[in-house]
Design a protein around this ligand. Structure first.
Ligand code: FAD
Ligand code: NAP
Ligand code: SF4
Length: 675
């Protein structure tokens, strides 16, 4: 008897039956652009071996003008078809099924050739699109249909037509971006014509035994977006036009509401898909922030959809489904929805990977093989660097002892997980705990290790992390001054008026921690929807609440400061920084850049501005919190070096600047893969 009867039930699509209800959603990883087809094939084949029901590739451009960026991959030539065949063959050999996503970016295409329904520039692109004429529209449809036919030739089991997230097709659907007065604009019947024609003509071209998924924007989250009646009408027409499955799209890329970040509650948008259930006869897929088999099962059992789409969870763990089937869901490496190694990489032009799993998209390069010679390995520090090194070494057959002076594993992750909106870090620490036990690592907690304790190991790894940087401010030893560790780890009492010194990742997190009191909105969907102003698309166009965001009043009055003259928070995550900044602005947090810290006294924090130390000001505060960065904790590494004992130093103990869990885990894994 399976633990997940709904999730692991087969799905009959007529000409093919999927073995379970799990779709690996489309992700742009950048792999196709490497043109290393063995590497692309191995990425997908690993997920096929892991048992996923159906996979969708990253978006392929149907033509040059529709590519997300210049040079975006697509099936333009016989050579492209042959290359993609390497991928589909490998997936089929592994027992999997794969559909190719066709993504026409319209006005989101990053290039001067971009086209759309009307010549209205998007707020997230510098390029105004060219308004298509009748012949131009026909060309776009024909290119999409040709792309689908080529996908079939390349051995794909189907295509996904990207009709959501504010891309080309979406741009025709709403008046906000479609001001046309011909048969492609005006009434909703006319605005729907494009997706219907695309699906109808694609079905004609590819025949009956080919999957066509249509990704439909069910809540646009932009002004003047679709109503839910329009969503239902479109879904019914898409079914008639020949689609096999309807997938859910949530929010346009230009929406100012987070839709997949870690602070978004799990399964936060499945209620939207549920509204469509029963209105169409074909299967419906739901998506966004579903990251465990338990959540997915609950969503399906609750009747919200016929199938679930998870994308990033398959970067974190290729064997997600196989582990769920084997009743080992606690061993699934959890996607914490941080975006740090996936979307942030994509938007920086780098190959995607995963913070939790550095092997994602690097399957052919970073291999974990049994060690030739099993060794005894001592690892000091059970933060993410030490944990990943210990786990990987043990997986390879080494005998590992892992020490930490704390009474639990996790290192700084234990401070990250108390921040409202970062609850997913609990799952990461829990997973590490499971894997330490699974790999029979000897865990020695409460052990403050000195150099003499490490004799007898074949290899020693030092992962002792960091110490807070001392900012050397006059008065910082006063009773009204705390460090982030006092606040987050030791829960020291904090007054009502707070000044935070340092506006890096930790300064922002401490501010987030202190403006909240009571339940985190991430754990209460109604509260979270109110906070961000998410209404019901049945009641308001695009699903934006008419009253706008209604955050709870801040629990404290906070000023967040830095010395750099730039806007605070500018260097936070590429795809999530705006969320952190917006969240604190909603809580009236005052942000100041370009300050000098003059002194701290009972009144508060005295600052001045700029090099000339002008405008002396007192920020009246009951508590001043130091978040002024970190330095390597090298006491042990230095002592070993002084004794001439060789050791490997990783994570914060190695380099503290710009350290994050992504680098710590990557470095730990890569080191252990070589020992
Ligand atoms: P640490 O996590 O610092 O672990 C070092 C461990 O070594 C500790 O457990 C310590 O007790 C132990 N130790 C030290 N000396 C000894 C000794 N002599 N004997 C035995 N044990 C010893 N990163 C992200 O990527 N994303 C985030 O969203 C994020 N949010 C964060 C939020 C907060 C509030 C904080 C504080 C950090 C956050 N980070 C985040 C940073 C991330 O947690 C660190 O980069 C990461 O933990 C560093 O890993 P590490 O293993 O090098 O060191
Ligand atoms: P950080 O991001 O480097 O920020 C340090 C802050 O301290 C900066 O605002 C800096 O600004 C200030 N500072 C530096 N030297 C100072 C000095 N001598 N006196 C006063 N202020 C000083 O480091 P962090 O906030 O400590 O975070 C540590 C690491 O954890 C970061 O590298 C980060 O990547 C990671 N982290 C990530 C996340 C995430 O969401 N991804 C969240 C939390 C932490 P000025 O120099 O301008 O004053
Ligand atoms: Fe998930 Fe973060 Fe990995 Fe991306 S990097 S897949 S969001 S855990």
């Amino acid at each position: 008897m399976t633990h997940y009867p709904h999730l692991l039930a087969p799905l009959d699509l007529g000409h093919v039956t999927l073995p379970n209800r799990v779709l690996m959603g489309s992700m742009h990883t950048g792999l196709e652009e490497t043109k290393d087809w063995n590497r692309v094939a191995e990425f997908y084949a690993a997920r096929a071996r892991g048992g996923v029901g159906l996979m969708v590739t990253g978006g392929m451009a149907p033509n040059r003008e529709g590519g997300v960026f210049p040079g975006a991959a697509g099936l333009f030539s016989d050579e492209d078809i042959a290359n993609h065949k390497v991928v589909t063959d490998r997936v089929h050999d592994a027992g999997g099924r794969i559909a190719m996503q066709i993504l026409h970016a319209g006005r989101y295409a990053y290039g001067p050739e971009c086209v759309s329904a009307s010549g209205i520039k998007s707020p997230i692109s510098p390029f105004p699109p060219k308004e298509l004429d009748e012949a131009g529209i026909e060309k776009q449809i024909a290119d999409i249909v040709t792309s689908a036919s080529r996908a079939r030739e390349a051995g794909y089991d189907g295509v996904e037509i990207m009709g959501s997230e504010g891309y080309f097709i979406n741009q025709f659907l709403v008046r906000h971006t479609n001001k046309r007065e011909d048969r492609w604009g005006g009434s909703y019947e006319n605005r729907m014509r494009l997706p219907i024609e695309i699906v109808r003509r694609t079905r004609e071209a590819v025949g009956a035994d080919f999957i066509i998924i249509y990704r439909l924007s069910m809540i646009d989250l932009v002004p003047d977006g679709s109503t839910f009646d329009e969503v239902v009408q479109l879904a019914q027409e898409i079914e008639k036009a020949g689609a096999t499955i309807i997938n859910t799209g949530i929010g346009w890329h230009e929406a100012r509401i987070p839709t997949i970040a870690t602070s978004v509650p799990r399964a936060a948008f499945t209620w939207v898909t549920k509204k469509l259930m029963g209105k169409v006869g074909i299967p419906v897929i739901t998506s966004n922030r579903i990251n465990t088999p338990e959540v997915a099962e609950e969503v399906l059992a609750g009747g919200a959809a016929d199938m679930v789409s998870m994308a990033r969870p398959f970067l974190a763990d290729a064997d997600f489904v196989a582990k769920a089937m084997a009743g080992k869901s606690d061993q699934i490496a959890p996607c914490i929805a941080c975006n740090q190694a996936c979307l942030d990489h994509t938007f920086s032009g780098k190959i995607s990977s995963c913070l939790v799993n550095p092997r994602a998209c690097f399957e052919t390069e970073l291999t974990i093989t049994p060690a030739d010679q099993p060794k005894t390995i001592g690892v000091v520090g059970a933060g993410p660097a030490g944990l990943s090194a210990a786990m990987t070494a043990a997986e390879r057959g080494h005998q590992v002892t892992l020490f930490d002076r704390a009474d639990d594993i996790g290192g700084q992750l234990n401070m990250a997980r108390v921040i409202p909106g970062k609850e997913e870090f609990h799952g990461l620490v829990d997973w590490f705990r499971t894997m330490v036990a699974e790999h029979e690592i000897s865990l020695q907690l409460g052990r403050n290790v000195a150099a003499g304790d490490l004799e007898g190991f074949d290899e020693v790894i030092i992962a002792t992390g960091v110490v807070p940087r001392d900012p050397g401010i006059d008065g910082q030893d006063g009773p009204n001054v705390l460090s982030y560790i006092d606040v987050l780890r030791h829960k020291a009492p904090v007054g009502d008026r707070v000044a935070i010194i340092g506006a890096g990742g930790i300064g922002f997190d401490v501010a987030e921690f202190l403006v909240h009191e009571g339940e985190s909105p991430t754990e209460n969907l109604d509260l979270w929807r109110e906070e961000w102003g998410i209404g019901d698309p049945s009641e308001t166009r695009g699903g934006l609440a008419p009253e706008g965001p209604q955050p709870e009043a801040p629990a404290r009055q906070i000023t967040l400061l830095q010395r750099k003259a730039e806007a605070p928070g500018k260097r936070l995550g590429k795809t999530t920084g705006w969320i952190h900044r917006a969240a604190l602005r909603m809580k009236d947090v005052k942000m100041m850049g370009g300050v000098n810290y003059e002194k701290i006294d009972a009144q508060g924090l005295h600052v001045s501005q700029g090099e000339a130390r002008e405008n002396p000001t007192v920020i009246e505060a009951d508590t001043i919190i130091l978040c002024s960065g970190q330095l390597p904790e090298r006491t042990l590494a230095d002592a070993l070096e002084a004794q001439g004992v060789a050791c490997h130093v990783i994570g914060g103990a190695d380099v503290a600047a710009e350290l994050d869990a992504k680098r710590a885990i990557n470095q730990g894994t890569r080191l252990a893969a070589t020992l």
